[in-house]
Write a protein that binds this ligand. Sequence first.
Ligand SMILES: Nc1ncnc2c1ncn2[C@@H]1O[C@@H]2COP(=O)(O)O[C@H]2[C@H]1O
Length: 224
Amino acid sequence: MALLSNRELIRRVPLFSLLTDAQAELIADAVVKRRFRRGERIVEQGNKAEKLYIVLTGRARVIASDARGREVILATLFPGEHFGEMSLIDDEPHSATVVAEVQTDVLELSREDFARCLPANTSMAYAVMRALVQRLRRADQKIESLALLDVYGRVARVLLERATRTATGELVIREKVSRQDLAKMVGASREMVSRVMKDIEDRGLVEYAEDGSMLIHQHLGELG
Ligand SMILES: Nc1ncnc2c1ncn2[C@@H]1O[C@@H]2COP(=O)(O)O[C@H]2[C@H]1O
């Protein structure tokens, strides 16, 4: 990744995938690559927006917090995904804080370049809209979960959302999710989530492999 030119990098980003060579050239000249350490804040909730960010490697966590410092994890963003666009579009402060979960490389596009590129690149504008619509869909599902599901159902849903299917058809979560983080994802206390997880484990709905990954039994879906 470190050896790739900006031009090669942006060709791997869905947001820019349909640009013409000339458009891609302009964006390649405008973007800056930057590395964030694990735990470093890339965007701060409430601050004014200055850039659009695109995740190249690593992953970033989107966190909303209230005045008392209570936090909810809204999403985890993976390579190819972008953030910071909301405040660039509506000129309001950043809606959430974005933190590097591990060492994370991003491409940054300044507010001025974003404003210049978006109207001139229809495919990029559509990609931004598509991502906003997908996030709204997920947010709607989350509202539905909070309103209609109990904590068991919400925990089951989050685990299933984070799982990937292996070649042999098993559902697996490879990156360990702490009880604390799970609680922040489902909007419940850590104690409650620990009780629910213990019950889920006791019922054999999840198991742990030797490397620590979590294997999910298909019946877990029946809780959600
Ligand atoms: N529910 C969400 N899912 C994914 N990304 C989000 C969500 N809410 C906010 N973000 C991103 O986090 C960013 C925080 O700063 P912005 O409000 O500028 O733009 C926001 C989005 O890019």
